[in-house]
Design a protein around this ligand. Structure first.
Ligand SMILES: Nc1ncnc2c1ncn2[C@@H]1O[C@H](COP(=O)(O)OP(=O)(O)OP(=O)(O)O)[C@@H](O)[C@H]1O
Length: 602
């Protein structure tokens, strides 16, 4: 990368960060800018007033009536007081504006990260690299843009003050300014060097950071609480967490230690230079070239000038360092989803006309090492109800994930009414698909909302929520809750009521039924239900899926008897297919599995 390109990239990256700040709250940004200008000019006004006070006192001391000048001194000191109060007011206001702005930026960046997290393909969630990137992005997103803005404003403010004070020093002797600049450079060098080291260290330590975060999650969430107690895993996990954190802390402290020593050396050189320049001014005063007022003003100018210069250099170094850290954030924000909108999206017919076709579909997970689907070809006619059966890991769930376009096939194609899924808008396709996965979600919201989330186009208080609950066999249980459908489910929030797994499953089914979708997919929908609930659900299966195309995945073969066609999958291939009776007659794999299960019930 040429220096020109890297300067260009630096500017681009910083500008992008500033856009986030601007978009998150324009008022805050403008207020910060106004304060910057005022705060930049006040120090010079103070210096000048101090000089006037001292000069006035010295002039009056040598006059015949020294006390006559008191009014002038009082006036000048009052002015100084006003400037000092204004300066404090600006600092207080700045802190207020900074808090408001920081919060606005944090919330805004969270919303951007959330939107991206929802946008990316599901496959990213299966890669550790994705979580590393997300973790680093989250760490940078909340504060980095605001700090960049502060650094830029401080640079501006220090720059304004420095130009004023620098002009004063330059006017006296040009060399003074260069001495001060020269001594600030080692500080910048240290800052840049350790900024790069910190960046590399943070990148390398992300997996350990995430592992400790994971252990923390397990130790503090309800999901693992039972097993941790019963298997007595608490101490083991706590020790692992402590060891990881200790390692991270040790490395960080060692880096900080080295940086502190280097900074001390650099700062000492700067202090030595300031003392040298002050000695020069004292000598000039003794020679009679400077008044006492001048001496005090120059002393202060050197002290403040060196301070401003250091801040300026540090801020510039910080901006450069931020450029590195911003790549963490941009790496995440720039992930491009693969399931993109097609150029010329096709519409899905309502009702479906030809149905769904899997045409020589092959698939392997991006993170996997083997083909999960080998060569799947099947047709599901509109309104047909089919079942997928087969051993664990045969590829049943994967097949429906492809249909919902959570992934694209590695080879072959899937069509709906002859249109490749890739030529449909992903959102339009998913509107037509209603699915209950084995690992369905439990939302810690009210019971009503849990079902309504299946179709948020409907009003929240629609009676269809209750119809769906009734069809899924959960209506009466929900009515018995303390606040009925308005009871919060789960134990995370106050007043929440926990349900049994089977009841949660019925809620997930109700949610799926509320969706006005033409294709219904039920993946092991009754795995946690009692025999009666399962019986009732399948009694109503045809009614529930009337007019819709349905795919049912189940290990309990008694529940798939009534579908139009059963596909038996083995190792990612279709082994046999047909109606229950045909498959029994064929006396193949299905018949074997069926009689194996049936013998338990005899
Ligand atoms: N997210 C994933 N990433 C990588 N490989 C996966 C992933 N999900 C599943 N697999 C692999 O794909 C194979 C098929 O999984 P799939 O969930 O489709 O099986 P299934 O037939 O639905 O099994 P089950 O009856 O246990 O639900 C599994 O053996 C597993 O190795």
């Amino acid at each position: 990368m040429t220096p020109k390109t890297s300067a260009h990239t630096l500017a681009q990256n910083l500008f992008r960060a500033l856009r986030f700040v601007w978009d998150s709250g324009r008022g805050w940004t403008l207020a910060s800018a106004a304060l910057l200008v005022v705060q930049g000019l006040l120090p010079l006004a103070m210096l000048y007033l101090i000089k006037l006070v001292i000069d006035s006192v010295t002039a009056n001391l040598s006059s015949s009536n020294p006390s006559a000048g008191l009014y002038e001194v009082i006036f000048l000191l009052s002015l100084l007081g006003v400037v000092a109060v204004a300066s404090t007011a600006c600092s207080i206001l700045k802190s207020f504006v900074h808090t408001g702005q920081a919060q606005a930026v944090t919330d805004y960046m969270s919303s951007i990260l959330h939107a991206k997290s929802v946008d990316v393909d599901l496959e990213y969630y299966e890669e550790p690299q994705y979580y590393n990137t997300l973790h680093r992005a989250q760490r940078e997103a909340s504060s980095r843009p605001t700090r960049i803005l502060s650094a830029l404003f401080d640079t501006g403010q220090n720059g304004i003050s420095l130009i004023a004070i620098g002009a004063l020093l330059f006017w006296f002797h040009w060399g003074i300014l260069f001495v001060l600049i020269g001594t600030a450079l080692p500080i910048v060098f240290v800052r840049l060097r350790y900024g790069k080291k910190l960046y590399a260290w943070q990148k390398g330590t992300t997996p350990a950071e995430r592992e400790s975060w994971y252990l923390n999650l397990m130790l503090t969430r309800d999901t693992h609480a039972k097993e941790i107690r019963l298997f007595d895993l608490g101490k083991l996990f706590i020790d692992r967490f402590r060891n990881l954190r200790e390692g991270i802390r040790r490395e960080r402290l060692s880096l900080e230690g080295r940086r502190s020593i280097a900074e001390l050396v650099a700062h000492s050189s700067s202090v030595a230079a300031a003392i040298g320049v002050n000695i020069f001014f004292a000598y000039q005063t003794l020679l009679g070239f400077l008044t006492l007022g001048d001496l005090v003003m120059y002393f202060q100018a050197v002290q403040r000038g060196a301070g401003f210069l250091q801040s300026l250099m540090m801020n510039l170094a910080y901006l450069y360092e931020s450029n590195l850290f911003l790549t963490h954030l941009y790496d995440f924000l720039d992930i491009q989803p693969k399931a993109v909108e097609p150029q010329r999206p096709q519409a899905i017919h309502r009702p479906l006309q030809q149905g769904i076709v899997f045409d020589h579909v092959k698939f392997d997970y991006p993170s996997g090492t083997r083909k999960v689907l080998e060569d799947i070809s099947l047709t599901i006619r509109p309104g047909e109800h089919i079942a997928l059966v087969g051993e664990n890991g045969a590829g049943k769930t994967t097949l429906v994930k492809l249909l919902a376009r959570l992934y694209d096939p590695s080879a072959g194609r899937i069509t709906i009414d002859g249109v490749d899924l890739r030529d449909l808008k992903p959102a339009e396709l998913r509107k037509e698909i209603s699915v209950v996965f084995q690992d369905f979600a439990k939302y810690h919201f009210t019971a009503r909302e849990n079902i309504w989330l299946g179709n948020t186009l409907l009003p929240r208080d629609t009676d269809q929520v209750i119809d769906a609950a009734r069809m899924a066999g959960i209506d009466s249980a929900l009515r018995r809750l303390p606040k009925g459908y308005d009871t919060i489910l789960g134990r995370w929030f106050e007043g929440g009521e926990e349900l049994s797994i089977g009841e949660w499953q019925k809620i997930a089914i109700a949610r799926a039924f509320l969706r006005d979708a033409q294709i219904v997919i039920l993946d092991e929908p009754t795995s946690a239900m009692d025999a009666k609930a399962e019986y009732e659900l399948f009694q109503h299966f045809h009614e529930l899926t009337k007019g819709r195309t349905a795919i049912l995945i189940s290990h309990r073969l008694s529940t798939v008897k009534m579908v139009d066609r059963i596909y038996v999958l083995e190792d990612g291939r279709i082994l046999e297919s047909g109606h229950h009776n045909d498959l029994l007659e064929r006396d193949g794999e299905y018949a074997k599995m069926f009689s194996l299960q049936a013998q338990y019930y005899r």
